[in-house]
Structures are given as structure tokens and as C-alpha cells.
Unconditional design. Structure first.
Length: 350
């Protein structure tokens, strides 16, 4: 939006170190808040955190309102409903936009009537309700979270950065996962599938990008299964390195139990890396089983391993998935087109 000539302000209350928040050209503000311990509770998104979050909104809102009075924006856009819905709903003048990203609706909204009520009130008061995926919008409707103006806008992929790549046929097979090492992404299922995969492909390597609270547990699981030498835990890597990692991979694996719209899945498809992902609504929006990838039941490491082996044994099928996947991203998830769509929403509201 900065590159398109707009004045952009970013307001955050949960980011601990603004010096690490690199947004060249944007004005970055941090709201006044209460005790750090309370902030950590809220950021944890626990049930207790959700209750504290709603109780503390009046305290948080004072700082938020002061910043908005200084900026006087044409559009106030809140991302992730759990943290921003009630703030944006009570913002002053100007258009109000909300974006649901996934866990805010699928997890927080599903387990808390208080959250659902807050989200619904905020949606009614907003000029537009944006979802990153159509299944997410449908789920909100079942929760009576609705707005007169609703739009699906995925984050999208920079197709100039993420390009089709070809792997040398003589190289060892490489599988890659790009999800955080948190329970919802269930990377343990991938680790459990490794013994079956290396039985068929002894030189196969599994590249796990990302970090999280389960890293030590997953590393121990790989050692326990005797496959640690086949699994590389890279931790978090700069985003600009992801295209190179994908370009060196044969298959992309996502074991997520719940998702909104996975950007890493779209990045893999843009690079022509055939995906194997869990059979959940978020992935069914982008993968037609056996047409441009494989879907497998959540938590089923055996079925995952079988599909990995099948795909590694059939180069022609890999090529088919690669071509179709790239085309889908070009048609539906081009980052530039997605941002143009978002900009059009702003212009309509203003």
C-alpha cells in the first residue's frame, strides 16, 4: 500500500520490540497497555487469556483511541479478530475493515461464546468483513458473524519471487515442511511417517523449517524412531530464503489440523512443488485430491507416508501436480492482484 502511494500507519499492542518490526515507510505506533504479565496472558490465547482480553479492552482502547485521533485515518483495518475486533468496532470516524485469518474464528471463536458475540458486534459495525478463505467466511456465518459487505481476499504469493523451479533428477528426494512447531500444525505426524518413507527411499531427507514450543519434543521423537539423521530442523529462516528452499524440494508437506489459508502452501504450489496436505477445508480450497496434490486424513502418518512414496515413484504425476498448482496460484492467489482487490475495498468504503 505504501508503494501504491498511500500513507500507512501500523498500530500494535502485542509486539514486544518495535526495533525488530521492520516496515520501511510506515509509521509504527505501540499502544499504551497494562502490566506485561497480563499482556503475556492475552497473547497466549488461552481460555483465561481470552477472558482477560475482553475485560482489559477498555484499558487498551484509551491508548488506541488517542493514536487514531492523531492519525485521523480514512480506513482503520483490524487483523485477527481476537485481538482487534472490538477495538476497530469502537474506532472513531473513517471506514472500518476487519480481516479474519483462521485461528481467531476456528479456535478462539469456536470455544468462547464471549468471543463470538464480540466478533459479531464488531462485524455489524464494520464497513467490510474480509476473510482469507471462503470456508472461513462460511464458518463465520454459522456463528452469526456477518457484515453487509463481505469479501474473500487471500494473502497471496509474489509470483516474481516464487517461481517454477526444476530439481535435478539425480538428487536425493527432499520433503519440506514450512509450518511452526506448535500443536495445531502437528509436525509429529510427519516425523512418524519418516520410517515408512526411508524404507522405500533410504536417502530421503526431510527439511523442517520453522520453530516453536514442540521443537525439542520433535527432535527427540526423530531420535527415538531412529530417523534423526534424515531430518534437518532448520528453525526460523528469513522469508527471502524460502524460494530457494522450495526450489530444492521435491514435495511439500502440511500436517496442519486447522488452518485459514496457508501462505506456505500457496508458495510451494507457486514454485511447482507438489503438495501433500491434511484433508481439511482450508486445503480443499486449493488442492483437488489426485489432481494437483494429495490430501490425507489428519494425524494419519501411514497414509501420509504411502502418498509420499507413491508420488516420489511417479515423476509424471509430480509434473502434473506442479503445472496445475502453479496455474491455480496464478489465477487465484497472485499477491499483486489480491492487494489490488483489497485496495478496491478501501476505495469503495471511502
Amino acid at each position: 500500500m505504501i508503494a501504491r502511494g498511500h500513507e500507512v500507519h501500523v498500530i500494535t499492542w502485542s509486539f514486544p520490540d518495535l526495533n525488530r518490526l521492520s516496515m520501511p515507510g510506515a509509521h509504527v505506533w505501540k499502544t499504551r497497555f497494562v502490566a506485561p504479565g497480563l499482556s503475556r496472558l492475552i497473547s497466549a490465547n488461552s481460555v483465561l487469556g481470552l477472558r482477560v482480553d475482553i475485560l482489559s479492552k477498555p484499558l487498551l482502547f484509551n491508548g488506541f483511541r488517542e493514536i487514531l485521533e492523531k492519525i485521523r485515518p480514512d480506513v482503520t483495518h483490524g487483523h485477527f479478530l481476537t485481538n482487534t475486533a472490538s477495538l476497530v468496532a469502537h474506532a472513531g470516524s473513517g471506514a472500518k475493515v476487519l480481516t479474519a485469518w483462521g485461528s481467531d474464528v476456528l479456535r478462539d471463536g469456536a470455544r468462547s461464546a464471549l468471543c463470538r458475540g464480540s466478533f459479531a458486534r464488531a462485524a455489524r459495525r464494520s464497513g467490510a468483513l474480509i476473510s482469507v478463505a471462503s470456508h472461513l467466511l462460511q464458518r463465520m456465518h454459522t456463528m452469526r458473524i456477518e457484515s453487509k459487505f463481505e469479501v474473500v481476499v487471500p494473502m497471496g504469493v509474489d509470483l516474481e519471487q516464487f517461481r517454477l523451479a526444476s530439481r535435478p533428477t539425480t538428487a536425493e528426494p527432499r520433503l519440506v515442511s514450512l509450518r511452526s512447531l506448535a500443536p495445531v500444525y502437528d509436525v509429529k505426524t510427519l516425523i512418524d511417517a519418516v520410517p515408512y518413507v526411508i524404507h522405500a527411499f533410504p536417502d530421503c531427507r526431510i527439511i523442517i523449517v520453522g520453530d516453536g514450543p514442540l521443537r525439542k519434543t520433535l527432535e527427540e521423537r526423530a531420535r527415538h524412531l531412529g530417523v534423526a539423521e534424515h531430518v534437518d530442523f532448520l528453525g526460523n529462516v528469513p522469508h527471502e530464503q524460502v524460494p530457494e528452499i522450495l526450489g530444492a524440494s521435491d514435495l511439500y508437506i502440511s500436517t496442519a489440523r486447522s488452518d485459514g489459508a496457508s501462505v506456505s502452501l500457496l508458495e510451494a504450489m507457486a514454485c511447482g512443488v507438489p503438495p501433500i496436505a491434511t484433508d481439511i477445508p482450508a486445503n480443499r480450497e486449493w488442492i483437488a485430491n489426485a489432481e494437483n496434490g494429495f490430501l490425507f486424513p489428519v494425524g494419519d502418518s501411514v497414509d501420509l507416508a504411502q502418498k509420499v512414496v507413491t508420488l516420489l515413484q511417479e515423476p509424471a504425476l509430480q509434473a502434473k501436480f506442479a503445472t496445475k498448482g502453479r496455474r491455480i496460484v496464478e489465477l487465484r492467489a497472485d499477491w499483486k492482484k489480491c492487494m489490488e482487490k483489497l485496495e478496491a475495498v478501501y476505495e469503495i468504503l471511502v
